[in-house]
Design a protein around this ligand. Structure first.
Ligand code: HEM
Ligand code: HEM
Length: 217
């Protein structure tokens, strides 16, 4: 493949993935005719939603998506994957706390009281899903951070990382559909497609690996 074609596909994939994982959620957001809330609340909400969409994008920014990322250097794909993982993952770990930040500027219960109330409302399915998703995300981020010190091979780590990612994306998508105030039908269908698509992509990747390994055995 010529260099120009390569450069073209490279920028093409960046633009395309930017459109899918950031453009479409923003579009759905602007089409939503919900009552306007404070600027702070809206900003936090959109930040959380976009960070969540990038998590679904992680499945498409790894070797799982070989066909599409083949024209990019694998090292830059993984670099992008890591940057997104730590920044958006870190942000989402803070999301339960960020939820109550607007309370600093409102009369009524204190942010701490609001936080305690939310995370102890275990009668709410959405909150329980959030707590499970949060724990899986913590595992993903921490095991990525200390990967080199773990007594397992890189391949084993990657397998576990992929499994945790599947659990995390399914549970967190369910949480967002359940609790998210912007999870209208359009947004719910959209993120369900992203999540299921990501999981299927990883499943296909494991299938191909298994076939390859069988061939070698
Ligand atoms: C927190 C920071 C993260 C780091 C440092 C990290 C790092 C990595 C690395 C080094 C790989 C192997 C690259 C490859 O073979 O393509 C990988 C693969 C992968 N990551 Fe992450 N990741 C992070 C977060 C996430 C998150 C949050 C998700 C999903 C929501 C995710 C999903 C995946 C998937 C599905 C694969 C492919 C697994 C496989 O090939 O078996 N990662 N990650
Ligand atoms: C301790 C864990 C968690 C708790 C208690 C929690 C709680 C909540 C609550 C109460 C809402 C509704 C907020 C509102 O209506 O304004 C919400 C929305 C949301 N949560 Fe969580 N959550 C948790 C973990 C997570 C995780 C791990 C993710 C993502 C990976 C996530 C992503 C979202 C998103 C995207 C929304 C929608 C925001 C919006 O529509 O404005 N949550 N969460």
């Amino acid at each position: 493949m010529g260099l120009n074609m390569r450069v073209y596909i490279k920028s093409h994939y960046f633009i395309l993935s930017g459109l899918v994982f950031t453009g479409i959620p923003l579009l759905i957001w602007t089409l939503d005719d919900m009552a306007a809330r404070s600027l702070l609340k809206d900003a936090l909400s959109i930040l959380t939603l976009l960070a969540f969409c990038q998590m679904a994008g992680q499945f498409f920014w790894a070797r799982t998506n070989r066909g599409a990322v083949d024209n990019l250097k694998m090292s830059s794909v993984v670099k992008y994957h890591k940057i997104i993982g730590y920044t958006c993952g870190g942000l989402l770990l803070l999301h339960p706390v960020l939820l109550v930040v607007p309370r600093f500027f409102e009369a009524g219960i204190t942010p701490l009281a609001a936080f305690t109330t939310v995370v102890t409302t275990v009668t709410s399915q959405g909150v329980v899903l959030g707590i499970i998703a949060w724990s899986l995300l913590l595992v993903l981020v921490l095991t990525a951070l200390v990967r080199r010190t773990l007594p397992i091979t890189y391949r084993t780590w990657r397998g576990l990382h992929g499994m945790a990612a599947i659990g995390f994306i399914l549970i967190s998508t369910w949480h967002v559909i359940d609790l998210g105030r912007h999870a209208n039908i359009a947004f719910s269908v959209f993120i369900a497609i992203l999540a299921v698509g990501g999981v299927l992509l990883l499943g296909r990747h494991y299938n191909i690996e298994a076939i390859k390994n069988n061939g070698e055995a």
